[in-house]
Design a protein around this ligand. Structure first.
Ligand SMILES: Nc1ncnc2c1ncn2[C@@H]1O[C@H](COP(=O)(O)OP(=O)(O)OP(=O)(O)O)[C@@H](O)[C@H]1O
Length: 251
């Protein structure tokens, strides 16, 4: 079977720094993949190269049978990529439902209408309802975003990414800044996502991430360090060295 997402020798150079250095990753359809690595390893830059925020200096991004290396962000979104961000991207003075409506507008040609916000079609209503249900926010649809807990705001970001009905969902540190109880909720939500949805996620919390994914790519200094299933990553001496090495460095 051909790879669903194939990053082929991706290099991203910022002046003298190679933030990503000839990284090749193949993710089959339906796989859940984590990208881990210490601070500055190149995880976010690689994510940005996948979604089109950053143009690789060299290499190719192949997705669902197409070469999207030069495609702009919106074309990748149309082809089925959706992502969440580390920083929150919501409208705090609008309700959950209104934020969902704006996410849907962003996907629709009607976003350029001069006639003001048209009502959602029944099909869009159903998509919003389903995305909120998966993200366990269906009971909060009339709540202002600023009245949500931080964890619920992260759940709403997930719902806004899901409403696009993506084929590939990219999650940028979904558990960052969450309390232990909120982490449990978010990881349960991720675990319960449809199995045919391909997931790539960056996460610093190694204990959490290793329970969520099928396969792990560990980067260090922009380079591929190790690729292995979670149980092998836990005991891998190279991975332990880069994490413990950084921990000693920061101590
Ligand atoms: N736009 C940019 N211009 C210059 N250097 C950059 C830029 N973006 C990232 N870098 C550098 O590239 C390297 C990789 O950064 P990146 O944010 O991809 O790492 P990361 O693994 O996501 O780190 P963290 O876990 O801290 O978020 C770092 O040295 C960073 O300072």
């Amino acid at each position: 079977m051909s790879d669903f997402l194939h990053l082929e020798r991706i290099t991203v150079q910022f002046a003298a720094l190679r933030a990503v250095d000839e990284v090749t990753i193949r993710v089959p359809r339906g796989e859940r993949r984590a990208i881990i690595g210490p601070n500055g390893a190149g995880k976010t830059t690689l994510f940005n190269a996948i979604t089109g925020v950053v143009r690789p200096t060299a290499g190719r991004v192949l997705f669902d049978g197409r070469d999207l290396t030069r495609a702009p962000v919106h074309v990748r979104a149309e082809r089925g990529m959706s992502r969440t961000f580390q920083i929150t991207n919501l409208f705090p003075n609008l309700t959950v439902a209104e934020n969902m409506q704006l996410a849907l507008r962003g996907l629709s040609a009607r976003k350029f209408s001069l006639l003001g916000p048209a009502a959602l079609t029944p099909e869009e209503e159903e998509r919003a309802r389903a995305a909120l249900a998966i993200s366990r926010l269906h009971a909060r649809h009339g709540t202002l975003v600023k009245a949500l807990s931080y964890g619920e705001q992260r759940q709403l970001e997930l719902a806004m990414a899901l409403v696009a009905q993506p084929k590939l969902l990219l999650l940028d540190e979904p558990a960052a800044g969450l309390s232990p109880a909120e982490r449990v909720i978010v990881s349960d939500i991720i675990r319960a996502l449809p199995r045919d949805l391909t997931l790539v996620l960056i996460e610093h919390d190694m204990d959490l991430v290793l329970t969520l994914v099928d396969y792990v790519t560990c980067l260090n200094n922009g380079k591929m360090l190790v690729e292995a299933p979670p149980d092998q990553i836990r005991t891998n001496s190279l991975v332990q060295d880069v994490y413990l090495g950084k921990a000693r460095h920061h101590a």
